[in-house]
Design a protein around this ligand. Structure first.
Ligand SMILES: [Cu+2]
Ligand SMILES: [Zn+2]
Length: 170
């Protein structure tokens, strides 16, 4: 009997903790990245930290060179990925690290893919939270562009075509 009571009490505590978190928040998420041909180009995992979201990208099958790497506002990846909308921007800012009126929460440093086409990288985004603004009705996505972000041109850093996209899923 005692063990049943203990179990019920712990279940009650767990439910109370769960109820305290907004329904749309999560500690972990991931995005399966695909190119415009529908081929996999790897995966990005996202994890909540005390200072923002840590993104861990394991990418492959990408063209060598510098590419913009952003969080976009809509979780829909239909080639050519315009479906993902603009940059995730709950703060209503302008684009870019180099803008005095910036930056978007979805703005992140360029990635540099070597000749092998594969790259593993971790990026801490201190403005990104795995919360209700990201997991709103239309979701969010990670997008990789053909060219680099110039870190200043509003609204998207003049990064060119969108070559890969992945919906961020809890
Ligand atoms: Cu982008
Ligand atoms: Zn931006």
């Amino acid at each position: 009997m005692k063990s049943i009571v203990t179990t019920l009490v712990s279940a009650g505590v767990a439910l109370a903790i769960a109820a305290f978190q907004p329904a749309a928040a999560t500690d972990r998420a991931r995005a399966a990245m695909k190119n415009a041909k529908g081929e996999s180009v790897g995966e990005v995992s996202l994890r909540r930290t005390h200072h923002g979201t840590l993104l861990h990208a394991r990418l492959s099958n990408l063209p060598a060179g510098a590419h913009a790497f952003h969080v976009h506002a809509i979780g829909k990846c239909t080639p050519p990925f315009k479906s993902a909308g603009g940059h995730f921007n709950p703060g209503g800012k302008k684009h870019g690290f180099d803008s005095s009126e910036g930056m978007h929460a979805g703005d992140m440093p360029n990635i540099h893919v070597p000749a092998s086409g594969s790259l593993e990288i971790e990026i801490l985004n201190t403005l990104l939270e795995l919360g209700p603004a990201l997991f709103d009705g239309d979701g969010a996505a990670i997008v990789i562009h053909a060219g680099p972000d110039d870190y200043r041109t509003d609204p998207a850093g003049a990064a060119g075509a969108r070559i890969a996209c992945g919906v961020i899923r809890k």
